[in-house]
Design a protein around this ligand. Structure first.
Ligand SMILES: C[S@@+](CC[C@H](N)C(=O)[O-])C[C@H]1O[C@@H](n2cnc3c(N)ncnc32)[C@H](O)[C@@H]1O
Length: 280
């Protein structure tokens, strides 16, 4: 079968599952990945006959897409802030709103030699991007998941940056071992009650350890991290959080109670309150 004929088959098989724009993108990404083509070379290769191995790769990806598996897990990679990141099912797929949080920190600390701690690093998206963007910074990153830390370490190495990774359950931590200019976290914040809003591709494939908190204790990570941060931040240090859009008022209140006097809430590109910057 030629690549062009396969594309027709691929589109037809996914029509019932995804909008056209999405399955067209899937095909492009897979053709780039499996045939080692640049995007502009795909139409130039429409008459290429797919061999059995190539056909198998596409067929497997097609069936995984039909089962709602995110494309990023199928190709085991994504881009975050323009940098390449390896992924595995042990790590969350980094989101565009998290890029906005990174951008906020980059704007505030450009051209400085600061110390940064990323709590709940997952793929290392925040820590590795900040280490790339702020070459003078010393970056440390914590996660409780050994498997996530392996991926984060691989991402630091493939992006040629130094990040110190620490395996630690932050909820069990009594005090941070040193002080920092920046503490940043995108911790688990989706309440069990919000599961009904979560699409199958997230619910069935992304790590629940990275996503969910109990309804009764939804801000558990924010409280713990803010309490640790208020002790560990340098005098002009700043705490940055990605937050649950439905709990912005509660999160701001919590930070003020803990002793952060300046708390700034920011909307993401979709107009939802999703980021906080706090100083004491
Ligand atoms: C929402 S994900 C964020 C991942 C990444 N920082 C990002 O923004 O794409 C939360 C991360 O917190 C980690 N995590 C969950 N519970 C933790 C705990 N008790 N201590 C440390 N990290 C934890 C998870 O393994 C996951 O990698």
């Amino acid at each position: 079968m030629t690549l062009k004929a396969y594309r027709t088959h691929f589109y037809k098989e996914l029509e019932a599952f995804y909008p056209q724009e999405e399955y067209e993108t899937f095909f492009k990404v897979l053709a780039q990945e499996y045939l080692k083509l640049a995007a502009y070379e795909i139409p130039l290769n429409f008459q290429l006959e797919l061999d059995e191995a190539q056909r198998n790769l596409f067929d497997k990806a097609l069936s995984r897409l039909q089962q709602n598996e995110p494309l990023q897990y199928i190709v085991a990679s994504t881009e975050f802030y323009g940098f390449p990141f390896q992924l595995s099912p042990a790590v969350l797929i980094p989101r565009p709103e998290t890029e906005e949080l990174v951008d906020w920190i980059y704007t505030d600390f450009k051209n400085t030699s600061c110390t940064i701690l990323d709590i709940g690093t997952g793929s290392g998206a925040i820590a590795v991007s900040l280490a790339k963007l702020l070459p003078e910074a010393k970056v440390t990153a914590i996660d409780v998941s050994e498997d996530a830390l392996k991926i984060a370490e691989a991402n630091a190495s493939s992006n040629a940056v130094n990040v110190q990774f620490i395996k630690q359950d932050i909820l069990d931590c009594q005090a941070l071992d040193r002080s920092y200019d920046v503490i940043v976290s995108n911790p688990p914040y989706v309440r069990d009650l919000e599961k009904v809003e979560i699409k199958a591709n997230v619910l069935n494939y992304e790590p629940h350890l990275a996503l969910f908190v109990e309804d009764q204790n939804a801000l558990i990570f924010y409280k713990k991290i803010a309490e640790l941060a208020i002790q560990a931040l340098q005098p002009n240090g700043i705490l940055y959080f990605e937050i649950n859009q439905y709990l912005s008022v509660e999160t701001v209140g919590l930070l003020k109670n803990i002793g952060f006097s300046q708390v700034e809430l920011r909307d993401d590109f979709a107009g939802k309150p999703r980021m906080i910057k706090a100083q004491h």
